[in-house]
Write a protein that binds this ligand. Structure first.
Ligand code: ACO
Ligand code: ZN
Length: 281
């Protein structure tokens, strides 16, 4: 796969049709060779099977009986639902999702080993079904304490707060596991912006409310954010001083307020009381 990608980094698929959207793609994705001559692909928005022609999709839609991603609905709040898909139980779906996602993800190698991953697929639901807005993947077991491998908000849904919702959700899962987590590196520019935004908002909110001293370790325990990520975030906000060989948080209320004003919208909140989930064993 590496070789194939290295030699054919030209983008072949220029647009995709997915549900009611026609979406322009961003990057190369290594679809099977029989799709090499295609400039447009037609996706079933529910099972994510892809086809070369519109008529094929129309025929497919008549017989496809999925109205939401396969797997368990683990969260529902209003019209927003999250489904957990096990790559081992739903291999084809997992592969289709990876092909689709790669169209918008640079410098990420495609995993054919979808067995090892869980996919968290976020949907907006209406009477026609549950429409995917984005997803993140997560290794079932990570040595490096990664709590997220890849994250994507589909372009028509970007900049509405779904990215931060997905990030927040990944940390809620880590809290339930009693572990700290961090996203797999490298992060894309947009990925870094979104994470920086999330970390900043979460940490500032706590520091604002908290009375007295607080350590990075305590912040990490409260948020499931890895200590290194807390340190770099607070350093970039100039809230860290180095005293007697130790990093100390200096949360001057005026500085906090200035940062909070600049931090912008909080985004869509994860309502933890609506998350019904137990960690993967
Ligand atoms: N320009 C400037 N800032 C942006 C942009 C943009 N186009 N998009 C997001 N941001 C920043 C903003 O700070 C924004 O917060 P704000 O709107 O309050 O200012 C913040 O990121 C998050 O915005 P959301 O609306 O919550 O995020 P969105 O739903 O757009 O999703 C995501 C962010 C997932 C990174 C999306 O841009 C995407 O799917 N990109 C393509 C795939 C990708 O790069 N994924 C990350 C790869 S790294 C990894 O997978 C570990
Ligand atoms: Zn289908």
């Amino acid at each position: 796969l590496r070789e194939h990608e290295e030699f054919t980094k030209v983008k072949n698929i220029a647009t995709i049709e997915l549900g009611r959207y026609e979406i322009e793609t961003w990057y190369f994705s290594p679809f099977p060779p029989e799709y090499n001559d295609c400039v447009k692909l037609y996706f079933c928005e529910f099972c994510l099977n892809f086809m070369k022609r519109k008529e094929q999709l129309q025929r497919h839609m008549k017989k496809c009986d999925l109205k939401h991603p396969p797997g368990d609905e683990i969260y529902r709040s209003g019209t927003l639902s999250m489904f957990e898909v096990d790559g081992k139980k739903n291999k084809i779906y997992g592969q289709n999702l990876c092909y689709l996602a790669k169209l918008f993800l640079d410098h990420k190698t495609l995993y054919y080993d979808v067995d090892l991953f869980l996919f968290y697929v976020l949907c907006e639901c209406d009477d026609r079904g549950c429409h995917m807005v984005g997803y993140f993947s997560k290794e079932k077991h990570s040595e490096e304490s990664y709590n997220l491998a890849c994250i994507l908000t589909l372009p028509p849904y970007q900049r509405k707060g779904y990215g931060k919702f997905l990030i927040a959700f990944s940390y809620e899962l880590s809290k339930k596991e009693g572990k700290v987590g961090t996203p797999e590196r490298p992060l894309s520019d947009l990925g870094l912006l979104s994470y920086r935004g999330y970390w900043t908002r979460v940490l500032l909110d706590i520091l604002k409310k908290h009375k007295g001293n607080i350590s990075i370790k305590e912040l990490s325990d409260m948020t499931a954010i890895k200590a290194e990520d807390i340190l770099t975030t607070l350093q970039s906000l100039e809230l860290i001083q180095y005293r007697k060989g130790q990093h100390v948080i200096c949360a001057d209320p005026k500085v906090l307020d200035r940062h909070l004003k600049a931090a912008g919208r909080g985004g869509l909140e994860v309502d933890v009381s609506k998350l019904i989930w137990t960690p993967y064993k």
